[in-house]
Design a protein around this ligand. Structure first.
Ligand SMILES: [Zn+2]
Ligand SMILES: [Zn+2]
Length: 335
Protein backbone atom coordinates (compact mmCIF):
# COMPACT_ATOMS: atom_id res chain seq x y z
CA UNK A 1 0.00 0.00 0.00
CA UNK A 2 1.37 3.42 -0.87
CA UNK A 3 0.14 6.97 -1.05
CA UNK A 4 -1.78 7.59 -4.23
CA UNK A 5 -0.35 11.04 -4.66
CA UNK A 6 2.93 12.72 -3.96
CA UNK A 7 4.76 15.40 -5.85
CA UNK A 8 3.60 16.51 -9.28
CA UNK A 9 0.82 14.53 -10.89
CA UNK A 10 -0.58 14.66 -14.37
CA UNK A 11 -4.33 15.05 -14.22
CA UNK A 12 -6.14 13.01 -16.80
CA UNK A 13 -9.40 12.05 -15.10
CA UNK A 14 -11.49 14.20 -12.74
CA UNK A 15 -9.50 16.25 -10.22
CA UNK A 16 -10.14 17.23 -6.61
CA UNK A 17 -8.60 19.45 -3.95
CA UNK A 18 -6.61 17.65 -1.28
CA UNK A 19 -4.27 18.73 1.50
CA UNK A 20 -0.77 17.37 0.95
CA UNK A 21 1.58 17.31 3.92
CA UNK A 22 5.33 17.87 3.83
CA UNK A 23 7.87 18.25 6.59
CA UNK A 24 8.97 21.66 5.29
CA UNK A 25 7.82 25.15 6.20
CA UNK A 26 4.79 25.00 3.90
CA UNK A 27 3.69 21.97 5.86
CA UNK A 28 0.18 21.71 4.39
CA UNK A 29 -0.65 22.67 0.82
CA UNK A 30 -3.88 22.41 -1.07
CA UNK A 31 -3.21 20.66 -4.37
CA UNK A 32 -5.17 19.38 -7.35
CA UNK A 33 -4.89 15.61 -7.45
CA UNK A 34 -6.83 12.91 -9.31
CA UNK A 35 -10.06 11.65 -7.77
CA UNK A 36 -9.17 8.05 -6.81
CA UNK A 37 -11.17 5.06 -8.02
CA UNK A 38 -12.42 2.44 -5.60
CA UNK A 39 -10.66 -0.92 -5.91
CA UNK A 40 -12.18 -4.21 -4.83
CA UNK A 41 -14.09 -3.92 -1.52
CA UNK A 42 -13.54 -0.17 -1.42
CA UNK A 43 -15.92 2.78 -1.62
CA UNK A 44 -15.34 6.35 -2.76
CA UNK A 45 -16.61 8.94 -0.28
CA UNK A 46 -17.36 12.56 -0.97
CA UNK A 47 -16.05 14.06 2.27
CA UNK A 48 -18.35 16.68 3.80
CA UNK A 49 -16.50 17.21 7.09
CA UNK A 50 -13.07 16.23 8.36
CA UNK A 51 -12.03 16.81 11.96
CA UNK A 52 -8.48 18.00 12.59
CA UNK A 53 -6.73 15.82 15.19
CA UNK A 54 -3.47 16.96 16.76
CA UNK A 55 -1.84 13.79 15.45
CA UNK A 56 -2.35 15.15 11.90
CA UNK A 57 0.49 17.55 12.64
CA UNK A 58 3.01 14.72 12.85
CA UNK A 59 2.31 13.62 9.29
CA UNK A 60 5.01 14.60 6.80
CA UNK A 61 3.68 13.10 3.56
CA UNK A 62 0.43 12.19 1.84
CA UNK A 63 -2.99 13.52 2.83
CA UNK A 64 -3.66 13.86 6.57
CA UNK A 65 -7.07 13.56 8.25
CA UNK A 66 -8.67 10.59 9.99
CA UNK A 67 -11.99 12.00 11.22
CA UNK A 68 -14.09 11.85 8.06
CA UNK A 69 -17.81 12.05 7.54
CA UNK A 70 -19.36 12.04 4.10
CA UNK A 71 -21.43 10.33 1.51
CA UNK A 72 -20.61 7.29 -0.62
CA UNK A 73 -20.56 8.25 -4.31
CA UNK A 74 -19.12 5.07 -5.86
CA UNK A 75 -18.57 1.46 -4.82
CA UNK A 76 -15.87 -0.91 -6.04
CA UNK A 77 -16.30 -4.55 -7.08
CA UNK A 78 -17.40 -6.93 -4.32
CA UNK A 79 -19.02 -4.31 -2.07
CA UNK A 80 -22.33 -5.66 -0.75
CA UNK A 81 -23.14 -3.86 2.47
CA UNK A 82 -22.83 -0.26 1.29
CA UNK A 83 -24.40 1.68 -1.54
CA UNK A 84 -24.20 5.04 -3.22
CA UNK A 85 -25.88 7.67 -1.04
CA UNK A 86 -24.98 6.06 2.32
CA UNK A 87 -23.88 8.60 4.94
CA UNK A 88 -20.77 7.23 6.62
CA UNK A 89 -17.70 7.88 8.71
CA UNK A 90 -14.49 5.83 8.46
CA UNK A 91 -12.51 3.96 11.10
CA UNK A 92 -8.91 5.04 11.66
CA UNK A 93 -7.82 1.40 11.48
CA UNK A 94 -9.37 0.10 8.30
CA UNK A 95 -8.11 -3.41 7.66
CA UNK A 96 -5.56 -5.98 8.79
CA UNK A 97 -3.93 -9.16 7.45
CA UNK A 98 -6.59 -11.52 8.79
CA UNK A 99 -3.98 -14.25 9.34
CA UNK A 100 -1.70 -13.37 12.24
CA UNK A 101 -2.18 -14.29 15.90
CA UNK A 102 -3.96 -10.99 16.68
CA UNK A 103 -6.26 -11.14 13.69
CA UNK A 104 -7.17 -14.72 14.66
CA UNK A 105 -7.93 -13.46 18.15
CA UNK A 106 -10.18 -10.70 16.75
CA UNK A 107 -7.77 -7.99 17.94
CA UNK A 108 -6.63 -6.56 14.59
CA UNK A 109 -5.44 -3.43 16.41
CA UNK A 110 -2.25 -5.37 17.20
CA UNK A 111 -1.71 -6.71 13.65
CA UNK A 112 1.61 -5.56 12.22
CA UNK A 113 -0.01 -5.19 8.77
CA UNK A 114 -2.81 -2.91 9.92
CA UNK A 115 -3.96 -0.32 7.36
CA UNK A 116 -4.64 3.14 8.81
CA UNK A 117 -6.49 6.11 7.33
CA UNK A 118 -3.97 8.84 6.39
CA UNK A 119 -1.11 6.43 7.02
CA UNK A 120 -1.44 3.68 4.42
CA UNK A 121 -4.40 5.19 2.56
CA UNK A 122 -4.79 8.93 1.84
CA UNK A 123 -6.69 10.74 4.58
CA UNK A 124 -9.80 12.87 4.70
CA UNK A 125 -8.59 16.46 4.37
CA UNK A 126 -9.71 16.23 0.75
CA UNK A 127 -12.85 16.44 -1.33
CA UNK A 128 -12.91 12.66 -1.84
CA UNK A 129 -11.35 9.67 -0.10
CA UNK A 130 -11.23 5.92 -0.48
CA UNK A 131 -12.11 3.53 2.31
CA UNK A 132 -12.65 -0.19 2.68
CA UNK A 133 -16.41 -0.73 2.80
CA UNK A 134 -16.04 -2.78 6.00
CA UNK A 135 -14.26 0.15 7.65
CA UNK A 136 -17.15 2.53 7.07
CA UNK A 137 -19.77 3.10 9.73
CA UNK A 138 -23.30 4.29 8.91
CA UNK A 139 -24.17 7.61 10.53
CA UNK A 140 -27.39 7.76 12.55
CA UNK A 141 -30.16 9.74 10.90
CA UNK A 142 -30.20 13.38 11.92
CA UNK A 143 -26.54 13.51 12.96
CA UNK A 144 -24.82 16.19 10.88
CA UNK A 145 -21.53 15.50 9.13
CA UNK A 146 -19.83 18.24 11.14
CA UNK A 147 -21.03 16.72 14.43
CA UNK A 148 -20.13 13.20 13.34
CA UNK A 149 -16.59 13.81 12.08
CA UNK A 150 -14.82 14.49 15.41
CA UNK A 151 -16.38 11.38 16.90
CA UNK A 152 -14.33 9.08 14.66
CA UNK A 153 -11.12 9.77 16.57
CA UNK A 154 -11.67 12.21 19.45
CA UNK A 155 -15.05 10.84 20.56
CA UNK A 156 -14.12 7.21 19.98
CA UNK A 157 -10.84 7.58 21.90
CA UNK A 158 -12.43 9.43 24.82
CA UNK A 159 -15.31 7.02 25.33
CA UNK A 160 -13.22 3.88 24.78
CA UNK A 161 -10.85 5.26 27.44
CA UNK A 162 -13.66 5.70 29.93
CA UNK A 163 -14.78 2.11 29.30
CA UNK A 164 -11.19 0.82 29.54
CA UNK A 165 -11.19 2.07 33.14
CA UNK A 166 -14.18 -0.16 33.90
CA UNK A 167 -15.94 2.51 35.98
CA UNK A 168 -18.46 1.31 38.55
CA UNK A 169 -21.67 2.97 39.75
CA UNK A 170 -21.03 5.80 42.20
CA UNK A 171 -17.43 6.39 41.17
CA UNK A 172 -15.88 9.74 40.35
CA UNK A 173 -14.21 10.42 37.00
CA UNK A 174 -11.64 13.16 36.41
CA UNK A 175 -10.59 14.36 32.97
CA UNK A 176 -7.13 15.89 32.52
CA UNK A 177 -6.86 18.33 29.61
CA UNK A 178 -10.07 19.81 28.22
CA UNK A 179 -9.44 20.00 24.48
CA UNK A 180 -10.59 17.90 21.51
CA UNK A 181 -10.72 14.63 23.46
CA UNK A 182 -11.24 16.02 26.94
CA UNK A 183 -14.33 18.12 26.26
CA UNK A 184 -16.01 14.97 24.94
CA UNK A 185 -14.67 12.80 27.80
CA UNK A 186 -16.32 15.15 30.33
CA UNK A 187 -19.64 14.75 28.53
CA UNK A 188 -19.36 10.92 28.26
CA UNK A 189 -18.60 10.65 31.98
CA UNK A 190 -21.59 12.87 32.82
CA UNK A 191 -23.91 11.16 30.35
CA UNK A 192 -22.93 7.82 31.96
CA UNK A 193 -23.94 9.15 35.38
CA UNK A 194 -20.58 9.75 37.06
CA UNK A 195 -19.56 12.71 39.19
CA UNK A 196 -17.12 14.40 36.84
CA UNK A 197 -14.19 16.68 37.60
CA UNK A 198 -12.28 18.62 34.95
CA UNK A 199 -8.57 19.14 35.57
CA UNK A 200 -7.21 22.05 33.56
CA UNK A 201 -4.75 24.91 33.81
CA UNK A 202 -6.70 26.96 31.25
CA UNK A 203 -8.77 29.22 33.46
CA UNK A 204 -10.30 30.91 30.39
CA UNK A 205 -12.03 27.60 29.71
CA UNK A 206 -13.93 27.52 33.00
CA UNK A 207 -17.29 28.78 31.72
CA UNK A 208 -17.44 26.53 28.65
CA UNK A 209 -16.32 23.57 30.79
CA UNK A 210 -19.17 24.06 33.27
CA UNK A 211 -21.45 24.22 30.24
CA UNK A 212 -20.19 20.73 29.29
CA UNK A 213 -21.51 19.49 32.62
CA UNK A 214 -18.38 19.17 34.79
CA UNK A 215 -19.37 19.13 38.48
CA UNK A 216 -16.08 20.70 39.52
CA UNK A 217 -13.06 22.24 37.86
CA UNK A 218 -9.63 22.00 39.50
CA UNK A 219 -6.17 23.07 38.39
CA UNK A 220 -3.99 20.04 39.20
CA UNK A 221 -3.57 16.70 40.95
CA UNK A 222 -3.23 18.23 44.42
CA UNK A 223 -6.45 20.16 43.99
CA UNK A 224 -8.09 16.99 42.68
CA UNK A 225 -7.03 15.14 45.84
CA UNK A 226 -8.33 18.04 47.95
CA UNK A 227 -11.85 17.66 46.56
CA UNK A 228 -11.86 13.92 47.34
CA UNK A 229 -9.93 12.52 44.36
CA UNK A 230 -11.13 10.38 41.49
CA UNK A 231 -11.49 6.64 40.97
CA UNK A 232 -10.83 7.09 37.27
CA UNK A 233 -8.55 9.70 35.73
CA UNK A 234 -8.78 10.10 31.96
CA UNK A 235 -5.54 11.60 30.68
CA UNK A 236 -6.36 13.38 27.44
CA UNK A 237 -3.70 16.10 27.64
CA UNK A 238 -0.61 16.02 25.42
CA UNK A 239 1.31 17.23 28.48
CA UNK A 240 2.73 14.08 30.06
CA UNK A 241 3.63 16.08 33.18
CA UNK A 242 -0.04 17.14 33.55
CA UNK A 243 -1.05 13.48 33.27
CA UNK A 244 1.50 12.26 35.82
CA UNK A 245 0.70 15.18 38.15
CA UNK A 246 -2.99 14.24 38.12
CA UNK A 247 -2.15 10.81 39.54
CA UNK A 248 -1.81 12.50 42.94
CA UNK A 249 -5.60 12.75 42.81
CA UNK A 250 -6.17 9.01 42.21
CA UNK A 251 -8.16 7.31 44.95
CA UNK A 252 -7.11 3.85 46.22
CA UNK A 253 -7.53 1.22 43.49
CA UNK A 254 -7.93 4.09 41.02
CA UNK A 255 -7.29 3.71 37.30
CA UNK A 256 -5.31 6.19 35.26
CA UNK A 257 -6.06 5.96 31.53
CA UNK A 258 -3.40 7.40 29.22
CA UNK A 259 -4.79 8.67 25.90
CA UNK A 260 -2.99 11.94 25.24
CA UNK A 261 0.23 11.26 23.37
CA UNK A 262 3.09 13.58 24.25
CA UNK A 263 6.75 13.20 23.41
CA UNK A 264 8.02 13.35 27.01
CA UNK A 265 8.15 10.18 29.12
CA UNK A 266 5.41 9.56 31.67
CA UNK A 267 6.82 9.89 35.17
CA UNK A 268 5.18 7.79 37.83
CA UNK A 269 5.72 7.55 41.58
CA UNK A 270 6.15 3.83 42.23
CA UNK A 271 5.34 4.44 45.90
CA UNK A 272 1.99 6.03 45.09
CA UNK A 273 1.19 3.31 42.61
CA UNK A 274 1.98 0.52 45.06
CA UNK A 275 0.39 2.07 48.15
CA UNK A 276 -2.81 2.93 46.31
CA UNK A 277 -2.78 -0.33 44.34
CA UNK A 278 -3.51 1.89 41.36
CA UNK A 279 -3.42 0.88 37.70
CA UNK A 280 -2.20 2.69 34.61
CA UNK A 281 -3.93 1.73 31.37
CA UNK A 282 -3.00 2.73 27.82
CA UNK A 283 -6.01 3.14 25.55
CA UNK A 284 -7.03 4.08 22.02
CA UNK A 285 -9.83 2.93 19.68
CA UNK A 286 -10.77 -0.21 21.57
CA UNK A 287 -13.62 -1.69 19.53
CA UNK A 288 -16.53 -0.76 17.30
CA UNK A 289 -19.08 -1.26 20.06
CA UNK A 290 -17.76 1.92 21.69
CA UNK A 291 -17.92 3.89 18.45
CA UNK A 292 -21.52 2.75 18.02
CA UNK A 293 -22.36 4.09 21.45
CA UNK A 294 -20.52 7.33 20.76
CA UNK A 295 -22.63 7.90 17.64
CA UNK A 296 -25.75 6.99 19.58
CA UNK A 297 -24.96 9.47 22.38
CA UNK A 298 -24.56 12.17 19.71
CA UNK A 299 -27.71 11.21 17.80
CA UNK A 300 -29.74 11.39 21.04
CA UNK A 301 -28.30 14.81 21.82
CA UNK A 302 -26.60 13.61 25.02
CA UNK A 303 -23.12 14.63 23.84
CA UNK A 304 -22.23 17.46 21.48
CA UNK A 305 -18.83 18.02 19.91
CA UNK A 306 -17.95 21.71 20.21
CA UNK A 307 -16.57 22.52 16.79
CA UNK A 308 -15.25 25.46 14.83
CA UNK A 309 -15.61 25.04 11.06
CA UNK A 310 -13.24 26.08 8.34
CA UNK A 311 -13.22 25.77 4.61
CA UNK A 312 -10.86 23.12 3.20
CA UNK A 313 -8.94 25.99 1.58
CA UNK A 314 -8.10 27.27 5.10
CA UNK A 315 -6.44 23.99 6.14
CA UNK A 316 -2.92 25.45 6.37
CA UNK A 317 -4.18 28.27 8.63
CA UNK A 318 -6.04 25.75 10.80
CA UNK A 319 -2.80 23.81 11.21
CA UNK A 320 -1.12 27.00 12.47
CA UNK A 321 -3.99 27.66 14.89
CA UNK A 322 -3.64 24.14 16.26
CA UNK A 323 0.12 24.54 16.72
CA UNK A 324 -0.44 27.84 18.56
CA UNK A 325 -3.00 26.21 20.83
CA UNK A 326 -5.67 28.58 19.49
CA UNK A 327 -8.21 25.84 18.72
CA UNK A 328 -10.36 25.55 21.81
CA UNK A 329 -12.02 22.17 21.31
CA UNK A 330 -12.22 20.75 17.76
CA UNK A 331 -11.56 22.31 14.35
CA UNK A 332 -13.42 20.72 11.45
CA UNK A 333 -12.74 21.26 7.75
CA UNK A 334 -15.96 21.38 5.76
CA UNK A 335 -16.28 20.76 2.04
ZN1 LIG B 1 -6.79 11.32 15.99
ZN1 LIG C 1 -3.00 -9.65 11.24
Amino acid sequence: MSFAFSGAVSLRGPAMKAVIASSGEQAWQLQDVPVPEPAENQVLIRVHASGVCYNDLHQSRGTPGHEPAGEIVAVGPGVRSRCVGDRVGVLLWQSACGRCEWCQRDKPLFCSHIVGTSMHLPGSHAEYMLAYADATVLLPEGLTYEQAAPLFCAGYTAYAGLRAADPRPGETVAVVGIGGLGHLAVQYAKASGFRTIAVTQSTDKETPISDLGADEIVRDGRALAAVGGADVVLGTSRSMSAQSDAMQGLRPEGRMVIMGLGSAPLEVSAGQLIMKRARIVGSQHNGREYLYQVLDFAARGKVTAVTESYDLAEAAAVRERLLEGAVRFRAVLVM
